[in-house]
Design a protein around this ligand. Structure first.
Ligand code: DC
Length: 231
């Protein structure tokens, strides 16, 4: 696949976005950008500086001092904030909730909107998030929206966390449902599929199958068998 595309993958927690976005980026030789990690990094800084997630002036001041970067090193893709590696810290469960809270604040979204668009320059990237196809990159070349039943998503997240956390499946499911409600009901850039997104339900599909499906949609977009149906 020669042309450099900008591809977006949105969807709720546990829908398989991260695994499939990484695999897809790998198959295409593109950069992979996890925008949830950016919101999580802001949450880590909010916690570290004792900023209240409701204090818009405080959040604005904080954002104006932030420097968040992805780097690829010996340990794979890492995220640095203010020069420190916070890749492991951003996955803590209290950071998940705090990230969901700060992501509803307009000042934080505005700061990250600019950062994400900057990262998207030059294309050749797969962007994973909640509002990639609707707000950040409305003109993306191909947009996917991944979904799966809550029970399936909770089970996936529970198995992922099992080695590092003692949370029960019921607690993981409850937290996930709360976070879904926060992310979908906020007034600014709520989680929802873009009108032109390709919706894939991953409840009964392996990650490999999802990626195969995505690749075939991308191929079709590049070389439509019926050009009248193409974008
Ligand atoms: O994908 P994730 O679970 O790592 O995302 C963490 C939080 O960040 C999630 O609750 C919603 C928010 N988020 C967002 O609002 N917009 C994005 N593009 C990505 C994540």
């Amino acid at each position: 696949m020669k042309k450099s595309l900008l591809i977006t993958i949105d969807g709720p927690a546990g829908s398989g976005k991260t695994t499939t976005s990484r695999m897809l980026a790998d198959r295409l030789g593109y950069r992979y950008i996890d925008t949830g990690a950016l919101y999580r990094s802001v949450a880590v800084e909010v916690q570290r500086t004792g900023t209240s997630p409701d204090d818009d002036d405080g959040l604005k001041r904080l954002c104006s001092t932030l420097s968040i970067k992805f780097v690829t090193g010996e340990k794979g893709l890492r995220i640095l904030s203010q020069g420190s590696d916070i890749t492991d810290q951003i996955r803590a469960s209290e950071i998940s909730m705090l990230a969901s809270a700060v992501s509803a604040r307009p000042v934080v979204r505005k700061y990250l909107l600019n950062l994400q668009r900057e990262m998207g320059r030059g294309k050749g990237a797969v962007f994973e998030g909640r509002d990639m196809g609707t707000v950040v990159f409305p003109d993306a070349d191909v947009k996917f929206f991944l979904n799966a039943f809550l029970k399936v998503r909770a089970r996936r997240r529970y198995l992922e966390l099992a080695s590092t956390s003692s949370q029960t499946l019921a607690k993981v499911e409850k937290d996930m449902q709360r976070r879904d409600e926060n992310d979908s009901s906020r007034s600014l850039a709520p989680l929802k599929p873009a009108r032109d997104a390709i919706i894939i339900d991953s409840s009964e599909l392996s990650a490999d199958k999802v990626v195969e499906r995505m690749l075939s949609f991308i191929e079709d977009r590049l070389h439509p068998s019926n050009p009248d149906l193409a974008k």
